[in-house]
Design a protein around this ligand. Structure first.
Ligand SMILES: C[S@@+](CC[C@H](N)C(=O)[O-])C[C@H]1O[C@@H](n2cnc3c(N)ncnc32)[C@H](O)[C@@H]1O
Length: 234
């Protein structure tokens, strides 16, 4: 049951989130951007049960098309406006066109996905601690940790997310590697993103990497590749 108060929405932030929606998942599905591989990662490695998705934005229903048997989702994001948009999708006021690809691929009905129990939590994930007493079968972040400005910040945040896993649970991640021009625009780069940082994380923790790879991205001025991985808490 969603009890978030959407009465005060910041117009500028809403416009920014709406632009993101129309630039990406609100548009038709574009092949060769690494999205096919992320959907496959979810479909192959996610387990049944609960899910907490960090930096969820307005895109949870798109990724949910690739999950199976998710009982409940907690979406965590800094932006209330992104959640407002997500609610517009749930209420069918907006439709993410790119879902057509995943609907076909996984034989799903969008209406069924919209029935998933979705809750919201507003939190500055990258700069606050997270209560880890409640554990989840699946923890995901698609596009959040790549906003960390250094490898150290990335790893400490990954650790925070990993600590929310139930034993046997799966952490799914996807982080877009900035192009040079996008790094200049953002004022920082995330060149530290590599398979190696995930492999080093495995060495330090009681976990197993199920897969880790960098997928190249074609014809996008902002991103060169996307680092994707699945980690199991054994
Ligand atoms: C690139 S978007 C990805 C959205 C979505 N996961 C997807 O796959 O399309 C990054 C998201 O992270 C959120 N975000 C940025 N900084 C954050 C922070 N410090 N804490 C929580 N969320 C944050 C943004 O509001 C945005 O929704």
């Amino acid at each position: 049951m969603n009890i978030m108060d959407f009465s005060k929405i910041d117009k500028e932030e809403y416009k920014k989130q709406l632009k993101y929606f129309y630039d990406y998942y609100g548009a038709s599905f574009r092949e060769g951007q690494g999205t096919e591989q992320i959907l496959e990662l979810i479909n192959k490695y996610a387990c049944n049960g609960t899910l907490i998705d960090f930096g969820s934005g307005s895109n949870i229903y798109f990724w949910l098309l690739a999950f199976n048997n998710i009982e409940e989702v907690l979406c965590v994001d800094i932006s209330k406006e992104a959640f407002f948009l997500n609610e517009q999708i749930r209420k069918k006021e907006l439709y993410p066109q790119s879902c057509e690809y995943a609907i076909k691929k996984y034989g799903k009905k969008f209406d069924d996905v919209l029935k998933t129990n979705v809750n919201y939590l507003i939190c500055d994930v990258l700069h606050s601690s997270i209560n880890s007493t409640i554990k989840y079968n699946n923890v995901s972040q698609f596009g959040l940790l790549g906003l960390c400005k250094s490898e150290e910040e990335y790893i400490s945040n990954l650790e925070k997310l990993y600590n929310l896993l139930e034993k046997g649970g799966i952490l799914l991640g996807a982080n877009w590697c900035f192009s040079e021009s996008y790094s200049r625009k953002m004022g920082f780069n995330n060149n530290y993103l590599s398979e190696k940082i995930i492999q080093n994380f495995e060495k330090k923790r009681n976990c197993k990497i199920l897969t880790v790879k960098k997928v190249p991205i074609y014809n996008d001025t902002n991103y060169d590749s996307v680092l994707i991985y699945a980690i199991k808490y054994e």
